[in-house]
Design a protein around this ligand. Structure first.
Ligand SMILES: Nc1ncnc2c1ncn2[C@@H]1O[C@H](COP(=O)(O)OP(=O)(O)OP(=O)(O)O)[C@@H](O)[C@H]1O
Ligand SMILES: [Mg+2]
Length: 142
């Protein structure tokens, strides 16, 4: 599924729509270059699910937002390789809540088949294209 937005505000609204489709145990990987809008989209998702204001966890790698379902926001920009992932004990987080991962391509081999991917590309100054890829068994309503 492809969706376009023309402003950060619109992207946050798209995040809320994506969030409505998510449930405990879901893993969503966000793939897109620097400044494409990964964090902006995640802000919309986190706001809908927890009422909290997400900020980029770049320096801490993982940020947790408490809510009815906890949300774990990973930013793997500074991760060197998949081995490093083990050192942060990331498997402990799976199934505990909803996992949102920026730079998910860095750990693609470690992600389960059920992982949902959102690929983002910059189409113009404020125009972004979001390609939402869900497993066969999951249909998203946007
Ligand atoms: N339609 C849009 N959707 C989202 N962001 C947009 C849009 N148009 C312009 N922008 C701008 O693009 C930037 C997106 O930044 P954001 O931090 O969300 O990207 P990111 O992919 O998380 O970057 P990073 O790789 O540094 O983590 C912001 O400066 C925002 O204002
Ligand atoms: Mg970001």
């Amino acid at each position: 599924m492809e969706v376009y937005t023309w402003s950060p505000e619109e992207t946050k609204i798209l995040g809320e729509k994506i969030a409505k489709n998510l449930k405990k145990g879901d893993i969503v990987g966000f793939i897109g270059c620097l400044g494409s809008g990964k964090t902006t989209l995640i802000k919309g998702i986190v706001k809908f699910l927890t009422g909290k204001e997400a900020i980029s966890p770049s320096f801490v790698i993982i940020r947790e937002y408490e809510g009815k379902i906890p949300v774990y926001h990973f930013d793997l920009y500074r991760l060197n390789d998949e081995k490093e992932l083990e050192t942060i004990g990331w498997e402990d987080y799976l199934e505990r809540g909803i996992i949102l991962i920026e730079w998910a391509e860095k750990i693609k081999n470690c992600l389960p088949e059920k992982t949902i991917f959102v690929e983002i590309s910059i189409e113009g100054r404020d125009k972004r294209k979001f390609t939402i890829l869900t497993p066969e068994s999951r249909k998203f309503k946007i």
